[in-house]
Design a binder for this molecule. Structure first.
Ligand code: URA
Length: 242
């Protein structure tokens, strides 16, 4: 890759800025000063440094975030904060995007990556991996609801959902549940409860395929890179029938 493109990609400014920087002789590859912006380097094999500091280049970034309420799952918005506003510059320069969406008021597990292929694989209807949510529901959630969800319920637009697994954790005027779905329709969980006459008052995603949110490790608003094993597990993730 051309040195100017590489340095611009990882946040050293525009190609013009990088060209100026190169002229000052601060960039080296394997100890040799590079001044020509057209020079090709391989950051995985060569030791590329700027002011003596080795640059870390990777093509893809894979992040696991514990999303707070109040942020849009989008890459930009004119007026509202997006989950990208929670990223450090060193991660934002890779231009990751959210893998699917969580509503603004939904919390919990959100993957961000710039690997379009993996994102597509995780979200494509045929390969959709299961996603589990914890929710607080206004109203008494019953075994009837579990049965209805296991068959699929009709949403307000006439769409009948695929079978979903509902586990009742506590039931009363206010109930708590876990629900696992294999689709990603707009406001799906909220609309499924509306279909049985109940209202979701709090929603948090706790797992997506093989990735489970550990809230001890990742406090709300925090994120970390996925490990190699987790990325591989996501690549291997298979759709399941509930
Ligand atoms: N279902 C919803 O209703 N909202 C979300 O954010 C995710 C699933």
């Amino acid at each position: 890759m051309r040195i100017d493109k590489l340095l611009a990609n990882i946040g050293f400014g525009s190609r013009k800025d990088v060209k100026k920087m190169l002229k000052t002789g601060v960039v080296k590859a394997d100890g040799e000063i590079i001044k020509d912006p057209k020079t090709h380097v391989n950051p995985e094999e060569q030791n590329v440094t700027v002011n003596g500091e080795k640059i870390e280049y990777k093509e893809f970034v894979y992040l696991l975030m514990n999303k707070p309420a109040g942020y849009l799952s989008a890459t930009e918005d004119e007026f509202q904060e997006t989950v990208l506003d929670l990223l450090e510059m060193e991660d934002a320069v890779y231009q990751p995007f959210p893998v699917g969406r969580l509503d603004k008021d939904t919390e919990g597990l959100l993957l961000l990556t710039n690997d379009g292929q993996l994102s597509h694989q995780l979200l494509s209807p045929k390969k959709h991996v299961p996603k589990t949510y914890f929710a607080v529901i206004l109203g008494e959630v019953t075994e009837e609801d579990s049965k209805a969800f296991s068959k699929g319920v009709e949403l307000d637009d006439g769409y009948v959902t695929k079978p979903a697994k509902l586990e009742i954790l506590s039931s009363g005027n206010q109930s708590t549940i876990h629900i696992t779905i294999t689709e990603g329709k707009y406001h799906q969980v909220k609309r499924m409860f509306e279909a049985v006459g109940k209202k979701v008052t709090y929603l948090k995603r706790i797992s997506m395929g093989p990735i489970i949110l550990d809230e001890e490790e990742l406090k709300i608003g925090e994120y970390r890179e996925l490990t190699e094993d987790e990325i591989e597990a996501l690549r291997q993730a298979q759709p399941i029938d509930l």
